[in-house]
Design a protein around this ligand. Sequence first.
Ligand code: 5AD
Ligand code: SF4
Length: 354
Amino acid sequence: MNKLENKELQEQIEYLLKLETNSPELKSLFNYANTLKQEYRGNKVYFRGLIEISNICAKNCYYCGIRRGNANVSRYELSVEEVIKEAQFALDAGYGSIVIQGGERSDVKFLSKITGLIIKIKALRRSDGLFPNLSLGVTLSLGEQKRYIYGEWYNAGAHRYLLRVESSNREFYGKMHPNDALHSYDTRVQAIRDLKEIGFKTGTGVMIGVPGQTIKDLANDLMFFKEMGVGMVGMGPYIAHSETPMGQWKSLFTNEQKLDLSLKMVAILRVLMPNINIAATTALQVLDTNARERAVLCGANVIMPNVTDILVKGNYNLYEGKPGVDDGAEATKSNLVSNLSAIGVEVGWNEWGD
Ligand code: 5AD
Ligand code: SF4
């Protein structure tokens, strides 16, 4: 795309992001995104069982509740056995894929534990003997790592990786993070490139409604996803956490605006990249119990039900008001399934959904 086309596209995206809630134009955008999704990806949602392996993190992102500087967090790390148990649950539940998510760490013991876990998880089969050729699709979300570590995990059998860019505006990224080598925008973008080059199906994303973020930033974020050619995107509203620096900043967006913008971002992205996987994120649910289903009806096709043990789930609080912390994995599943069937959407059971 040349500069002029880029500018035109950006203006069009900004126009769509500013459409009035409930306006006929916005309704047509949502319907169009839903139609595109059905055409390219089917009328289906894929589940990825989310395992929150550890809330220990070396970083200090200004927005996140489990940042290193938050002394009020009770820190945990799941054992290999606990992770395997949760992965087996996901497989038996028909989820087809899991996501292993955790704070960013670079200690060798943890990194090699992940490698060992991936190998063990890939060897799991359904307890009932059904789908004997199905192994779990393994997605990792463990932050920035050295390229050879990504390579090691890829060779062990993980095939997707999520690393949100958080903001594609370098200057704004600088405001959201401490100004030091551990929180460098360039390293972040390079890590996303490394993941792609290694062969991972790579996902990225941003938070929506961060204090100081502009409509122009959001439009640029969508263009960034397209330029990077990522295969998955997870975007959700920013939700304040009072024990963080950003939690003290004045919010410039109401919850309604954040929800509205999040749905628009999903729909516009589906139009820009009709083929990719787009998540209906858990943070959406904080703003409206039905928000994930609404996102599914305007372009999203992936949901990540939590399969983490309820004993520790409440300690993985990136933001306040995390939904479902008292729900077991079974209850989480049945709630989701009935909500989706109520809106006429199928579930891609026992599939990776690439
Ligand atoms: N609100 C919403 N999302 C958050 N994340 C971290 N803190 C918050 C928050 N306060 C998101 C970041 C990160 C992902 C794992 O969680 O985008 O990449
Ligand atoms: Fe750590 Fe991720 Fe939270 Fe940043 S957003 S503090 S890297 S868990």
